[in-house]
Design a protein around this ligand. Structure first.
Ligand SMILES: *Cc1c(COP(=O)(O)O)cnc(C)c1O
Length: 383
């Protein structure tokens, strides 16, 4: 079906080309569906892309974070410093490991964990800093690693959203302690579901390879050994083949995302009073484009704005509510008011459509729809 200009525009959509589809069909016909040659090829290509670091592919980004916490030995009695503004996987994995998330407010400009607030949260129980690259904008590697070094704690990079992003000219995932990527359908590169953990320590990398599949070591002559109970987190060849097709296009995908983000900065009507994301075109991979709605000046809730945009054929999303206000985290003692910056972003953030198959005219359509919806709702008219 051809797409009319008025077709519904979702906030994101994966781009899977015909060559990738044909490749997946070949895998399905090959007789080998689960982890095998495609997975190994995908890992080798990813490792190349990430400057040769060890890559262990997995069934999800959540699995990568869980393995990262296992590898650093995080468990009961340990504290992990993290941001309150992320997909809830970031905090959930800490709870599931038996450790305690210690939230630190965000910098309202980057919307990432505020490095200036981390030291005050350090205790003798701090095991690691789990920082997130929100929307693909890298958290400040320089400051976070300096603090981690000073206190002797590990850094886990939740880079679920930042494949292809950079810090100081170096690709995210090509340096650092432990980097976790997600290949969920909404991410810049997808395998439908998938992820990987990237490590600098070769013993830890080998341990991840064992732990992703029951802890089994394969020995010569078909023998096996198990020293530690592993999980079941291995990536299938079907998924890996999608990833291989996506890797060929990743740079083009991210270039198109940058182009579309630039268009948003050009076309969004600033007199509507929305807060735009940090205008960064050196580091971020533009995984998402999120504005903050000027709710104090609107006669409508975010939900009503989303519905009105939906009625005009524009899909939007909320990424994310502040995690410490979920019941699970309130039960651990976190309260409204603990993290004013994360709470303000969580309440007012709105994810606008941004995906590589979009054209600049689609951005213009979103900007026009935003003006149509917001202008009549404004309490004080635009200056
Ligand atoms: C997507 C995402 C995850 C989890 O990845 P999955 O592949 O969905 O398990 C974790 N953290 C962040 C910030 C994410 O965006």
């Amino acid at each position: 079906m051809s797409q009319s200009p008025a077709a519904f525009l979702p906030f994101t959509r994966p781009s899977i080309d015909e060559a990738t589809i044909a490749g997946v069909v070949e895998v399905l016909r090959s007789g080998w569906l689960t982890s095998g040659p495609q997975m190994r090829a995908f890992e080798a290509r990813l490792s190349d892309y990430l400057g040769g670091r060890a890559v262990c592919s997995l069934v999800s980004g959540t699995g990568a974070l869980e393995l990262a916490l296992t590898v650093i030995g995080a468990g009961p009695g340990d504290e992990i410093i993290t941001t309150p503004l992320s997909w809830v996987a970031t905090a959930n994995v800490i709870v599931r490991a038996g450790a305690k998330p210690i939230f630190v407010d965000i910098d309202p400009v980057t919307r990432n964990i505020d490095p200036a607030r981390i030291e005050a949260a350090m205790t003798p129980r701090t095991k690691a800093i789990l920082a997130v690259d929100m929307a693909g904008l890298p958290f400040d590697r320089t400051q976070v690693y300096a603090i981690a070094k000073k206190y002797g704690v590990r850094v886990i990079e939740d880079a679920a959203q930042s494949l292809g992003a950079q810090w100081n000219g170096q690709r995210i995932g090509s340096m650092g302690d432990i980097t976790c990527f997600s290949f969920h359908a909404n991410k810049n590169l997808t395998t439908a579901e998938g992820g990987c953990i990237v490590l600098s320590d070769s013993d830890e990398a080998a341990r991840c390879v064992r732990l992703r599949l029951q802890g089994v070591t394969r020995l010569e002559g078909g023998e096996q050994e198990v020293e530690e109970a592993g999980a079941k987190l291995n990536l299938t060849d079907v998924a890996a083949r999608i990833g291989l097709g996506q890797l060929d296009q990743l740079e083009a995908f991210n270039a198109q995302r940058r182009l579309l983000a630039k268009r948003y900065f050009q076309q969004l009507d600033r007199t509507l009073g929305c807060t735009l994301p940090l205008e960064d075109f050196s580091n971020t991979n533009w995984h998402m484009f999120q504005i903050l709605l000027p709710l104090a000046n609107l006669r409508a809730s975010r939900a009503e704005v989303m519905q009105a945009l939906h009625n005009l054929g524009i899909g939007t999303g909320v990424h994310y509510p502040a995690m410490h206000l979920f019941k699970l985290y309130r039960a651990q003692g976190w309260r409204e008011g603990d993290f004013p910056h994360a709470e303000a972003v969580g309440r007012s953030t709105l994810t606008l459509p941004l995906f590589p198959a979009m054209q600049t005219q689609d951005v213009d359509r979103v900007c026009h729809a935003l003006s149509t919806v917001l202008r009549p709702l404004m309490i004080a008219p635009a200056a």
